[in-house]
Write a protein that binds this ligand. Structure first.
Ligand SMILES: *Cc1c(COP(=O)(O)O)cnc(C)c1O
Length: 467
């Protein structure tokens, strides 16, 4: 049976017009050149972030419903798969693909501005380095957190000024550090004395933020096991900056990616204040506080209350008119912009629990399961060729057709390549059907491998629900 999706299945949902635009781009790792665009993205350079507050407008975001954006994502998913005949298709026709809604990015920016109006975001490139996403972030006027020469070069190749880059890797190789100097990246984080000596030798004019430890024990991806200076050690570093005559500008921290205990923000801000005071007594003009990452869309309201209160008590605006507060948000901006679709290539029937095999897994775009400890939730895109996307959205109890339990696996021959060991799907699915994953933009495509010969080439279709 050819699992073809019929256009008539989508039409009832698309009454009225779908606002926004769809554009399709082939994207593969071996060929990073981006093809053209039916979304117009002006290439204007925004003002130097470190001088000017970033948001004085709402990016043209209108108060549109979540549902409109979903319609646009649905039509992109639908258009990509509807012509596929599973019996005659090529491998590339059923390859996993993303749909990226750049309008979501704008909505996230607006939400951030409401919750944390004092913060200038620097997007953490390591989270998702999709070129169109980076371009769209640049056009919002944000800066970038780069951790390597490669990431720095990617930003500069987008015609973005190096003044908008923070080189936020506390342990840099000497060639990378020299490169940062050559291309005029002028701000970095440091958490140890040896690094200060290195900077003094290879990039002495670089602005410095001392990265301090946080209690990130409750984060899903703690970072303080690897980076961060204690308060006592940070003071030694401040003394060293003084004797080396380095340009100390402020303090940085990161509460851990996938942060769950936002009180960590309060303690980190308090510690930063103590170090600001210490450094100011040494004559430094401290004017940058970097509150790092650890934010997520679903918890922003919660995390921002704690952070905002801490900032307002330890760094009140009135008493710190020169202070620039930046963040290094990765997950917050990229996760919900992307939806990933993957094809069911095989199935093993078992009366207890059927096993499904997808053409994407933990060695591909779903490496976030291993590296980022994400719990992914596959949803049924098609069931026996029927387009089910909208059935997953509404408030209606649609989830009654079937309650078959599945385990879902990636395409490699490794037993570790398990996407989810037990899930009840509301519809029966067959070989040739599609599953999809929402919120698939953070720590996914960036770390995909070609283990076992399954190359991580993928397509991304861009839509824009806010233009
Ligand atoms: C990974 C990382 C980030 C991004 O963290 P998120 O939790 O994804 O926002 C920011 N800064 C540094 C230094 C990082 O290592």
């Amino acid at each position: 049976m050819a699992n073809q999706v019929k256009i008539s299945q989508l039409l009832p949902y698309l009454k009225g017009s779908v606002r926004g635009q769809i554009t399709k781009i082939r994207y593969s790792r071996s060929d990073k050149r981006m093809e053209p665009t039916s979304i117009f993205i002006p290439r204007q350079e925004s003002k130097d972030l470190t001088k000017k507050p970033f948001l004085n407008h709402n990016f043209g975001v209108t108060s549109k419903s979540y549902y409109d954006s979903q319609k646009l994502v649905a039509s992109a998913l639908f258009n990509r798969i509807r012509k596929i005949d599973i019996n005659t298709c090529q491998e590339k026709d059923i390859a996993p693909f993303y749909v990226c809604d750049l309008g979501e990015l704008k909505r996230l920016a607006v939400k951030l501005r409401k919750c944390l109006p004092r913060i200038h975001p620097f997007y953490a490139v390591k989270c998702n380095n999709d070129s169109r996403l980076l371009r769209a972030i640049a056009d919002l006027g944000f800066g970038f957190d780069c951790a390597s020469k490669e990431e720095i070069d990617q930003i500069i190749s987008e015609n973005i000024s190096p003044s908008r880059i923070i080189y936020a890797n506390p342990c840099k190789s000497i060639p990378h550090l020299r490169h940062a100097k050559d291309v005029r990246v002028a701000l970095t984080t440091v958490d140890n004395l040896d690094e200060l000596v290195k900077i003094n030798k290879f990039h002495p004019s670089c602005g410095i933020l001392i990265r301090i430890l946080t209690d990130d024990s409750s984060s899903t991806c703690p970072l303080s096991v690897k980076f961060g200076a204690s308060l006592k050690y940070a003071k030694e570093m401040i003394d060293a900056c003084k004797s080396l005559d380095l340009d100390l500008k402020g303090i940085a921290f990161h509460v851990g990616s996938g942060c769950n205990n936002f009180n960590t923000f309060a303690k980190a801000v308090q510690d930063s204040r103590e170090l600001f005071n210490y450094a100011e007594r040494q004559g430094f003009k401290m004017n940058i506080l970097d509150v790092g990452g650890g934010f997520a869309k679903f918890s922003l309201e919660q995390s921002s209350i704690i952070l905002r209160n801490a900032l307002d008590s330890f760094f009140p605006e009135a008493e710190n008119p020169e202070l620039i507060i930046i963040s290094e948000m990765g997950r917050y901006f990229s996760s919900s912009c992307f939806t990933l679709a993957a094809n069911i290539i095989s199935k093993r029937s078992d009366p207890q629990k059927e096993r499904l095999y997808l053409n994407d897994g933990v060695y591909g775009n779903l490496n976030c399961i291993l590296y980022d400890h994400q719990l992914v939730q596959p949803k049924v895109l098609t069931s026996g060729g029927q387009f089910k996307y909208f059935d997953n959205l509404g408030t209606k109890e649609n989830h009654v057709n079937s309650q078959k339990t599945y385990s879902i696996w990636g395409p490699t021959c490794d037993g570790l390549d398990c996407i989810i060991s037990r899930i009840k799907l509301p519809y029966e699915v067959e070989i040739g059907d599609w599953l999809y994953f929402e919120n698939a933009g953070a720590y996914t495509s960036v770390a995909a491998t070609s283990f076992n010969g399954f190359k991580s080439n993928f397509t991304c279709i861009y839509v824009n629900s806010e233009y």
